[in-house]
Ligand binder design. Structure first.
Ligand code: AMP
Length: 590
């Protein structure tokens, strides 16, 4: 539909009036970024002036940025842990926020091995919803005709618990999908999903995935975009199809749903959707039974224009695999968000993954940026192109000058709002899905497994490093171990080494174990024993490439292909974790 030219936007011609409004909002916020930030901080400080946290810093009613920055420290989660624990335990006094904390969002970042609990308030849901509402208007500028079909999105809810004080604790997306904002969203021709709400909201991940895939297959010719939140999730869906296409085809042929799908609301809604279709069942069998799955996405969903998945940051490791399965479809990374706060969106979503930049929306929170290697935080509009910064947020929900842990590089500006390339998350060594393992967690896991090894056969781990192996779906952690086996000592048995794998998994944080147990999004950990002298060769290699011999440290994680190849060529045996580690939704008490 052609739109009145008076609706045009500097970002491009909007697809409809609703889009025009959204694009105008982006323009207004980004043009006035500094004023928006100034007013937003003043509003937060006015509103939360009587909270226990702000009173501690004697702002004396000041709501300006200079006073705020001179009196409040920049903090991490650990600094807030006592306050968060009190709220979790049921203290309803205004500790961090004048508005009641409505729930905790369980971040994929961890503290003492457990997920971080991010306090949030009811109205933050509106702010998140607002950011979501900007995504399609931007996408419609680049991909026309998205109102002529549907999106096949694999979306999931995860298990939730209650804190001792009775507040829900769940991931931010689970909170969003379960909210009325999502469940009762008004019909929007640009945002029609093949997955019914019943399938998305089913907590059993198998039943949810099965029914979402089935709906995607039934409606395959309507599908214009295929997505999941993160690349790892979309690959998990492809793996699921590899494992279950035959059952799915049987359902399509017979028009009756597999008996393993027992969720009554899914069965009810599928009874309207699923009709016998011999022709489609044959087509699916024919496409899926071949060994070659290259381009499977476009073979099954031939009208797909792009993949909607985040492939920036740790997810970049999946780009080649997704290219393989999609026959090189563009990958759109639309937004940048976290449990603490939704930050911003990509105004050029069809850009190459390596060139993706996110524009932080100044209305979402008050943002500060600590230059890498520096200490003085600067304002949103004062960051410099080419420089790297650590992101600090002050939110309506009561986080004040809180370090998110993300490192961003400024690539440019849209009006006066900077655009950022996501560089990395601080201190993350290994990540496959939403798990994030840092160096000290890995060290502890190796230590625990080494104790087992020593006890059982007197052998020590002389050196180790790790690698996130994403050539398998799901990907898995690989630990390269060089063992110290003295003359006359026997090599540890395969059985002992497999138990060392499990011991390490038991020692890793709860997000890792949840990915292994509940989500099946991380595969069994593997130990690859390398022959003696391998780590010396690794050092020789690093030195030949210019590393200083005095300062050389064994890297605790490797991803540079020649190094991985060197390690793999020295492997004498490989051992996988034989069982799932322990995990329950309940948190350990501190
Ligand atoms: P969580 O709080 O568990 O939702 O995790 C949020 C974190 O995920 C962020 O702080 C980032 O480190 C990462 N993240 C979120 N969105 C993106 C993105 N578009 N690109 C890269 N990393 C992202």
């Amino acid at each position: 539909m052609a739109v009145d030219s008076s609706l045009s936007s500097p970002l491009g011609p909007p697809a409809c009036e609703k889009d025009a409004k959204a694009l105008r909002f982006i323009e207004e916020m980004t043009r006035n970024a500094d004023t928006v930030q100034e007013n937003l901080l003043a509003e937060i400080l006015r509103r939360n002036a009587e909270t226990e946290y702000l009173r501690r810093f004697n702002l004396g009613g000041a709501t300006d940025r200079d006073t705020f920055k001179s009196k409040l420290p920049i903090i991490t989660y650990e600094d807030l842990q006592p306050e968060i624990q009190r709220i979790a335990d049921g203290d309803r006094s205004p500790i961090l926020s004048a508005h009641p904390i409505s729930e905790f969002l369980t971040s994929s970042g961890t503290s003492a091995g457990e997920r971080k609990l991010m306090p949030t308030i009811q109205e933050e849901l509106d702010r998140r919803q607002l950011l979501y509402s900007l995504l399609m208007p931007v996408m419609n500028l680049y991909v026309p005709g998205l109102d002529k079909g549907k999106g096949l999105y694999f979306l999931f809810v995860k298990s939730e618990t209650k804190t001792p004080g009775g507040l829900p604790a769940r991931p931010v997306l689970t909170s969003y999908y379960k909210s009325d904002k999502f469940r009762s969203r008004p019909y929007d021709p640009y945002n029609v999903y093949t997955s019914p709400n019943e399938a998305i909201l089913c907590a059993d991940s198998f039943q949810s995935m099965y029914s979402q895939m089935l709906c995607g297959l039934l409606d395959r010719l309507s599908v214009l975009r295929v997505g999941a939140v993160f690349a790892s999730g979309l690959l998990r869906a492809i793996r699921f199809l590899q494992l279950h296409w035959s059952r799915l085809a049987n359902d399509i042929e017979s028009g009756s749903l597999d008996s393993e799908i027992t969720d009554p609301s899914i069965r009810q809604c599928m009874s309207d959707i699923l009709k016998p279709d011999q022709h489609l069942a044959e087509f699916i069998r024919q496409e899926c039974q071949t060994e070659n799955w290259e381009g499977i996405i476009t073979r099954i969903w031939p009208n797909t224009k792009y993949l909607d998945v985040i492939v920036t940051g740790a997810m970049a490791q999946y780009i080649p695999t997704l290219e393989y399965y999609s026959g090189g479809l563009p990958m759109a990374c639309t937004m940048y968000a976290s449990s603490e706060c939704y930050f911003g969106l990509n105004l050029n979503p069809m850009s190459k993954p390596s060139e993706v930049s996110y524009t932080i929306m100044p209305n979402m929170a008050y943002f500060e940026f600590i230059p890498l290697g520096g200490s003085k935080a600067v304002e949103l509009v004062d960051v410099k192109i080419g420089k790297e910064y650590e992101l600090v947020v002050t939110t309506y929900a009561g986080l004040c000058r809180y370090r998110v842990g993300d490192i961003l590089r400024v690539t440019g500006f849209h009006n006066s709002a900077p655009q950022f390339h996501f560089v990395r998350r601080k201190n993350v060594l290994l990540s496959i899905d939403s798990d994030k393992t840092d160096e000290s967690e890995l060290q502890k896991a190796v230590e625990n497994a080494s104790k087992l090894l020593l006890k059982e056969c007197g052998t020590r781990v002389a050196e180790y490093t790790s690698y996130a192996d994403t050539s398998t779906i799901p990907g898995h952690y690989v630990l390269y171990w060089e063992l110290l086996v003295r003359d006359g000592e026997r090599q540890p048995s395969h059985d002992t080494l497999t138990r060392c794998c499990l011991e390490m998994e038991e020692s890793l944080n709860s997000v890792y174990r949840q990915c292994r147990v509940a989500d099946n999004s991380v595969g069994p950990l593997e130990i690859r024993v390398v022959r003696n002298g391998t780590f010396e060769e690794l050092m020789d290699y690093a030195i030949s490439r210019g590393a200083s011999i005095n300062q050389y440290k064994v890297p605790r994680c490797v991803n540079f292909t020649p190094i991985v190849e060197l390690l793999d060529s020295r492997v004498v045996s490989a051992h996988f974790s034989p069982a799932l580690p322990h995990w329950t939704p309940e948190r350990r008490r501190r």
